[in-house]
Design a binder for this molecule. Sequence first.
Ligand SMILES: Nc1ncnc2c1ncn2[C@@H]1O[C@H](COP(=O)(O)OP(=O)(O)OP(=O)(O)O)[C@@H](O)[C@H]1O
Ligand SMILES: [Mg+2]
Length: 248
Amino acid sequence: MTRPILEAKGLHVSFNGVRAADDVSIAVHDGEFLAIIGPNGSGKTTLLNICTGYIRPSSGSVVLDGHDITRLSPRAIARRGVARAFQIPQLFSAQRVIDNMMLALAATDGLWSVVQPLETASRRDEARALLELVGLADDAGRISSKLPEGHRKLMDIAVALALKPRLLLLDEPTSGVSALERFPLMEALMSALRQRRITALFVEHDMDVVARYASRVLVWSAGNIMAEGRPDEVFSNAQVRQRVVGVA
Ligand SMILES: Nc1ncnc2c1ncn2[C@@H]1O[C@H](COP(=O)(O)OP(=O)(O)OP(=O)(O)O)[C@@H](O)[C@H]1O
Ligand SMILES: [Mg+2]
């Protein structure tokens, strides 16, 4: 295997005595689409929060491309190429999709950009390219709140991609999305990741989505990993079937 893009070692976090991360170690490799599954409250989101700087572990480290990022701010981690989707789903819902994209691009340009006009030719082109990338070119002029949920999720993904990440973290990308929209959403996401050569880590409750799209699966239980492997391997594990998938 290639050297990991991201490596977490020996992470511990407790909230009021609940061990949300209990000696967690993971490695995310270049080009993976790595799924995390597990029961509610088992610590999946906590791991994403640690990797993006929103929660500091009481011990352990997160290393990105060989650099320790454990105590960096979320903004500093984002600048190093780790993006998280679904950060801003509510904020600009009254705006057109293209305006949201230009705002996202302006935000990545730094503070000076607030004194510049939002709409420039190059920013508009880049915004359109990102929408095209996730299959939303036809939605550019629509008001964001009017989009079907699957398209809104794709817009949030396009906003995250405005950061030009190498690693994208997604927390339940298909939650709230109708069964009919789930696979088209995932197809658009996978296509965007492939085109931009982005590695991704995603938490997911829909096992059909995991079985179909994940290259590897980590199974969470009570703040740690109870099983790991290809989707067919973890889904044939009796303990995983009983405790996570819900079939004996
Ligand atoms: N900021 C926080 N403050 C207090 N407790 C927290 C915090 N974040 C998480 N927890 C607790 O830590 C445990 C793990 O939570 P986490 O959100 O990581 O679980 P999860 O696996 O993402 O669950 P779900 O599938 O429901 O999203 C839970 O008991 C939760 O209540
Ligand atoms: Mg969660």
